[in-house]
Structures are given as structure tokens and as C-alpha cells.
Design a protein around this ligand. Structure first.
Ligand code: BG6
Length: 469
């Protein structure tokens, strides 16, 4: 079977991780510009000041993407590049940059797939409480409208937010992302709710503008499975799914929060501050949402937790996805299992978990349109005789694309696949050491670009529409 004609083969990036030019051409400060410079927060103090200089080299990069045969490029817009202080004057030079990038994509027939928020919040908004402050909702909707009006004639695929769970949980529970708060449970749930409201309002605004494209949100897809059939572990896994998947997917796709979590939060005194109007807005939005994007890297293996933990403070390493964590409410923990395979960073490699998870989603949410908006392998790629031999990445993507194919055969409504990432980029907490790209960036040699083995492999997959997979 070949992948259907309307299935998009793409690859992705995010502004802070590739652009650099952090203080150029009128850009305002983001929370990451500040946070990454606090000693100890990132691997060897790395930051996105220069990143891989995509801001200056996007033409070269897009040309390489075209050579690879990429059908779509998912990138994000830096909010403080467009509106430096978050909710004030528009920076025309920021608009010019993205116009250039979008036009460059279109020149080669590459479909721009644009994320509005991939974590770089204007610092001035962070200082006023970030996502716990409802003013941020209105600022976001205003920013989204500016982008729709400036780019919507050419951009027909919009993602509002990337991975709400990550920037909220790491921002308010583990402290590994800005604003760096630890165990601020009430703020965590308030922030998630405000993001869902901002999403719903942005979708509403987009539909009112009648630009006739599609709009959705991207979530982490991290399905939880019990380590065995013991009842207490099955309950732990279900609890994990409710808190880490359904809490995020239900308000978007069903228009209401899962009752199990709502009741549990009430008992814990953690009900977010919400109004009836906001809850109604979520309800009304459920039908307007066009798709959901899934970022799948690994499932989680879960067991019941009996340790009493007062403060969940995690080190950087554990915050970046390695199992071995206790949930914020001490109900369950994630574990590594002997019979599973892991990457160098301790992430499980599990195409099976991907398929089982997709089936779980179909069962709960029906035929909603899906895109895989991220999937890939973080590795240190070997260089042999000047060739970047990233065979494990090829194997990883191949196995996951096979799952995508199988899922389509089973009737799951999957419309595209974006590998993470198009080019080696800054991993938020792991610096440049952890590579994901099809294109290598030589940090010792003027950030020169070089094609990896996977570049040629993916090109062939796209050309043949995955027939051999
Ligand atoms: C996703 C993010 O969570 O995972 C990306 O959307 C990120 O921005 C990717 O780079 C991989 O994570 P990490 O920690 O390995 O860089």
C-alpha cells in the first residue's frame, strides 16, 4: 500500500530551537531568553541566542527541505518577534521574517504548517503571571489574530499550542521550564485551563475570519500502560491516562473535562478557577476544532506508588522524559522495564505502544482527524568517513511509519506525519548534544549544514509514498 495522496509527509522545528537572532530586528525577550541563562537550568548552559541560525539561513534550509522532497514544514512563530511586549505594538520586521519563510516554502510547493505557541512566551507576560493570569488569554487571541491576518492568505494549517502538558507541568510542577515553579499544583491546573480557553477563543476567532483553512492543537501523546495485570497497577495506569491524556484531550475534543479528574481535583482542593462562560466556550468549541496533532515519542509504563512524597522536585535529566518519576499526587510512578528498549536518554522505543495508543484514542474520541506532528529519535549520531550514519534514526522512523500505515488501514483518520526534527536543533534542556534532524549542523565549523543518511532515506520514502514500508 502507498500512503494516500492527501497524506502529508513533513518534518518539524520550533522557533526558539532553530532561529537564534534572539535580540535582532526588534524582537522582544521571551521567557526562554531569560530562563536558559539561569545557571544550572540547561545542559552546559546552552541557549537559543544563536541556535542554528535559521533566522539568517532559512533560504538555505528550505532549499534542502525541497531537495528532500518534504511536502510540509511545521515551524512555530515566535510571539515576541511579532509582538515584542506580548500585547502591544506589532514588530513589522518580525512579520517580514515569517512572510519570507512562508513564501520560500511556497516557492518549492512546501505546505507551511504553523504553530502559534511553541513555549516562548513574551517575558513581559511571564512576569505578570504567565498562563496563570487570564490576561494572557486575551493577549494570545490578539497575537493569533495578528498572525491569521498577516499570514492566513497563504497558511492554511494552524496549530494553536504545542504540548500544553509540557510547558505547564515542567513550568509549575517540576520547575524545569519557565517560570520554574516547583509543586505549584493549583497554578498548574489553572494554567492548563487558561490554555484551553485561549485555544477555544483563537479557534473561534479563526473561524470568524473565514479563511477556510484548518486549525487544531498539538498534544503530547504519552499513553500509559500498566506494568502487569495487578489491579492496583491497572488503576494506577488508568489514573495516569485520566490526568495526562484525557485532562488534555477531553476539553478539546469532547468540550468538557473528564468527570473522574474533576471530582478528584475537587477533593484535593485543586479545581481550577473557571467561569461558566469559559466552560460553555469549551463546549461550543468541540465541534469547531478541525484536527488534533499528536507528538509521540514513547508510552509510559506505570505502577502503583506507595512512597509518600511531599515535594516532587526533579532534576533536569528526569524532567526530560526519562521514566522514574512519581506523579504530582503520589498515586503512580513511571518505571523502566527490563524487557523494553530505550534510547541513550532513557526514552522507550515502542512502535507497539504507538499503535495501542492510537486505538485507545479512536475508542474514546471516534474519527477525529489526526496528524502526527512530532516523532523521532534523539541520538548522538556517529560520523564515519565524513558520513553521518544515523541508522538508528532511520530504523526508528521506519518502525513508526509502519504503525501509521497500519493505523490508516484500520480506519484511523491520520492525515500526515511530521518527523522531529527537520534539522539538528537546540534541545531545550539537553543542548545540541541530543540530535534529531535529517540535516546535520556542524557547530565546530560555521554551523555548516550536511545531509545525513536519513535525509536520503526519507526522500525515497516520500518519493515512493512509503510503498515499501
Ligand atoms: C517535544 C517538543 O516535547 O519533544 C520539542 O515539542 C522537543 O520541542 C522534543 O525538542 C524532544 O525533546 P528533547 O527533550 O529530547 O529535546
Amino acid at each position: 500500500m502507498k500512503f494516500p495522496k492527501d497524506f502529508l509527509f513533513g518534518a518539524a522545528s520550533a522557533a526558539y530551537q532553530v532561529e537564534g537572532a534572539w535580540d535582532k530586528d526588534g524582537k522582544g525577550l521571551s521567557n526562554w531568553d531569560i530562563f536558559s541563562k539561569i545557571p544550572g537550568k540547561t545542559f552546559e548552559g546552552t541557549n537559543g541566542d544563536i541556535a542554528v541560525d535559521h533566522y539568517n539561513r532559512y533560504k538555505e534550509d528550505v532549499k534542502l527541505m525541497a531537495e528532500m522532497g518534504l511536502e510540509s514544514y511545521r515551524f512555530s512563530i515566535s510571539w515576541p518577534r511579532i509582538i515584542p511586549d506580548g500585547n502591544g505594538k506589532i514588530n513589522e520586521m518580525g512579520i517580514d521574517f515569517y512572510n519570507g519563510l512562508i513564501d520560500e516554502c511556497l516557492k518549492y510547493g512546501i505546505v507551511p504548517f504553523v504553530t502559534l505557541y511553541h513555549w516562548d512566551l513574551p517575558q513581559s507576560l511571564e512576569e505578570k503571571g504567565g498562563w496563570t493570569n487570564k490576561e494572557t488569554i486575551e493577549a494570545f487571541v490578539n497575537y493569533a489574530e495578528v498572525c491569521f491576518k498577516a499570514f492566513g492568505d497563504r497558511v492554511k494549517h494552524w496549530i494553536t499550542f504545542n504540548e500544553t502538558i509540557m510547558f505547564c507541568k515542567l513550568g509549575y510542577i517540576t520547575g524545569a521550564h519557565p517560570p520554574g515553579k516547583i509543586n505549584a499544583q493549583k497554578e498548574y491546573f489553572d494554567a492548563t485551563h487558561n490554555v484551553f480557553v485561549a485555544h477555544a477563543k483563537a479557534v473561534k476567532k479563526y473561524k470568524e475570519l473565514k479563511q477556510y483553512g484548518e486549525i487544531g492543537i498539538t498534544h503530547v501523546f504519552n499513553p500509559a500502560f500498566s506494568v502487569d495485570d495487578k489491579e492496583e497497577n491497572l488503576i494506577a495506569a488508568s489514573h495516569a491516562n485520566y490526568y495526562e491524556t484525557f485532562w488534555y484531550y477531553d476539553p478539546i475534543l469532547k468540550g468538557e473535562y473528564p468527570e473522574y479528574v474533576v471530582n478528584d481535583l475537587k477533593n484535593k482542593g485543586l479545581t481550577p478557577y473557571w467561569t461558566d462562560d469559559e466552560l460553555q466556550l469549551l463546549k461550543d468549541n468541540a465541534e469547531k476544532n478541525d484536527f488534533i496533532g499528536l507528538n509521540y515519542y514513547q508510552p509510559q509504563r506505570v505502577e502503583n506508588n506507595t512512597e509518600v512524597v511531599k515535594i516532587i522536585e526533579m532534576d533536569r535529566e528526569k524532567s526530560t522524559g526519562r521514566p522514574g518519576n512519581i506523579s504530582f499526587d503520589s498515586v503512580y510512578k513511571t518505571v523502566m522495564m527490563e524487557d523494553k528498549t530505550y534510547t541513550k536518554w532513557g526514552w522507550e522505543i515502542s512502535p507497539e505502544g504507538f499503535l495501542d495508543g492510537l486505538r485507545m484514542l479512536k475508542e474514546r474520541y471516534g474519527d477525529i482527524k489526526l496528524y502526527i506532528t512530532e516523532n523521532g529519535l534523539g541520538d548522538e549520531d556517529p560520523i564515519i568517513d565524513d558520513v553521518i550514519v544515523d541508522v538508528p534514526r532511520i530504523k526508528y522512523i521506519e518502525a513508526h511509519l509502519k504503525v501509521v500505515k497500519e493505523a490508516i488501514k484500520e480506519g484511523i483518520n491520520l492525515k500526515g506525519y511530521f518527523a522531529w526534527s527537520v534539522i539538528d536543533l537546540l534541545s531545550w534542556l539537553n543542548g545540541f548534544k541530543k540530535q534529531y534532524g535529517f540535516i546535520y549542523v556542524d557547530h565546530k565549523n560555521n554551523l555548516n549544514r550536511k545531509k545525513k543518511l536519513s535525509f536520503h532515506w526519507y526522500k525515497k520514502i516520500i518519493e515512493t509514498r512509503g510503498e515499501e514500508l
